[in-house]
Design a protein around this ligand. Sequence first.
Ligand code: PNS
Length: 167
Amino acid sequence: MLASHVATAIYPGSFDPLTNGHLSIIHRGLTMFDHLIVAVLNNPRKQAMFTVEERKQFIRDAFPDARVEVDAFQGLLVHYTRRKGVHLILRGLRAVSDFEYEFQLANMNRKLDPDFETVFMMTGQDSFYISSQLVREVASLGGDVAELVPPNVFRALRVKFPNKNGG
Ligand code: PNS
């Protein structure tokens, strides 16, 4: 590796919303990479709970680290990575159930762009059961998600679902 080389990876996802599982991957990703671009998928075909701007802001607030850049992308991930000139993406793996989808995604992306590489990190033992989808469901039904998401996301969920979220 060249001395001046800065290792950058893109961490793509829906982040609707950011969870402690994502935070664990970002934290640990920063031990492997000098710079992480956290890229929020803007998918106009899918109704999200939080806007792209809100999702980006959650990440910025939770991670005020100069090595973390927060961005959004639309369309194919391989087009975005090519535009950025970064061909390495980081993904978290929770359980066997994630594997099949992630394996398909990684191989399809590599088919679309032979330079594309995916690095997987296992989520920590405290967050293997956390998903944005379950957080949305539990919060909307009045369950307490305080220990599953960072405080800024927790506050936003309380605003969205007043008198719920254990508050
Ligand atoms: O957090 P998620 O929802 O598991 O992230 C999935 C994501 C955003 C990585 C994936 O859906 C994606 O890359 N979407 C962009 C469209 C695309 O490139 N699709 C083909 C992938 S093979």
